[in-house]
Design a protein around this ligand. Sequence first.
Ligand SMILES: Cc1cc2nc3c(=O)[nH]c(=O)nc-3n(C[C@H](O)[C@H](O)[C@H](O)COP(=O)(O)OP(=O)(O)OC[C@H]3O[C@@H](n4cnc5c(N)ncnc54)[C@H](O)[C@@H]3O)c2cc1C
Length: 423
Amino acid sequence: MQNRTFARKLPDMPKIEIFDIAIVGGGIVGAATFYKLQIKYPALKIILIEKENILADHQTGHNSGVIHSGLYYPPGSLKALNCVKGRKELVAFANEHQIDCDVCGKIVVATNESELPMLEKIFKIGLENGIEGIEMIDAEGIKRREPFCQGIAGIWVPVAGIIDFREATKKMVELALNENPESKLILGEEVVEIDPTGEIKALKTRENAYFSKHQIFCAGLQADRMARKDGVKLKEKVVGFRGDYYELTDTGHHKVKNLIYPVPNPAFPFLGVHFTRMTNGEIECGPNAVFTFKREGYGKTDFSLKDSIDALSYGGTWKLFFKNMKFGINEYRRAFSKKLFLKTLQRLIPSLTMEDLKPGRAGVRALLLREDGDTRDDFRIEIKDTSIHVLNAPSPAATASLAIGGQICDMAEKEFDLVGNKD
Ligand SMILES: Cc1cc2nc3c(=O)[nH]c(=O)nc-3n(C[C@H](O)[C@H](O)[C@H](O)COP(=O)(O)OP(=O)(O)OC[C@H]3O[C@@H](n4cnc5c(N)ncnc54)[C@H](O)[C@@H]3O)c2cc1C
């Protein structure tokens, strides 16, 4: 018998696709980073991975929809610089791409004498930060702009406004994908493991592994977990603060024209319960700030064992609780009592009644909590080997997103070997 050898046919090996950059997180910071990088470097093959089935479904899609002016933030801080720059870019972007947006202006209102020193301090900070057109106004000036609002003095901020942040996020991603058809958007896959394999890292989801030379993590409420998975030695932890909103009913709708803010309490990283006209015409009031035991939980009683253990096993959380015990208890009471919520709102609009309010939605803010219990950190972006991690991007990061995206683009340019700059 003739001795024949057969060439054994090997099964086709799947070709590994390697991206230049993988971005994790399809909120507005991830989207703006994708957009900025792709527009400047059209040849880069970039993949954006988002665990939800739609973009902007956490902080970005649950926020107040306000374009902040940059009024409150310490001069020279990343928040101040990026808010002012990013606000201008965002408004131009919205106008160019027909995103719902209205630069309607806002007022910050002092309702009693004790708030005047803080109001003046904010005004000075606003001038230092170069906020265009801000003006101190008196009770008359407040009434002229918001006839139902009662205050003794205020600041008129003409460059603040409202926008549809979900639509802005979608448009940024759409434009980036149009720029390079080889770039990709993956929805509905959560990065659960980061596996460094030589020069190339694998980002593993339950369904697939995505390989890239560089990685940028913009994971919002999960930022610390992503950083630790990637080997970043991070002392801080992310904590979530839920904010509930009410909406004005037909009977109360006429009592607010645009945006009315209280004078914020400098001890907290929140601006206080405010009135916001949304781009869909609804008027929202809120948000309060309640420590939450579920990072991505939007119901008042939502609970996650993993998130709770994570938070309660961290010394910073307890320091935060003890330092702000009275504030925390009051916020919990207000979260469950419409009457108490109304009382807060009546400080600005005394004629509001229970009938003027109906329950609205909620959002959860991610704040990087320091070991000493402080949550007032600036934006924080760090580099680790081939990765960039956005560790802290609380408000006004949606307003500032294009500037943050630009800053990340600059960092990537410096640290990664990017080729094909369009400029
Ligand atoms: C109640 C509230 C009101 C606010 N109001 C304003 C405002 O009026 N104006 C303003 O400028 N800012 C406001 N902010 C702040 C602003 O919304 C946030 O700073 C901004 O949206 C942060 O964007 P982000 O992309 O970093 O986070 P996110 O929008 O939370 O996006 C992070 C994304 O990462 C995804 N992700 C996480 N882990 C993974 C993983 N392992 N794999 C894949 N995907 C993952 C998440 O699903 C999410 O979509 C507010 C925030 C809240 C909550």
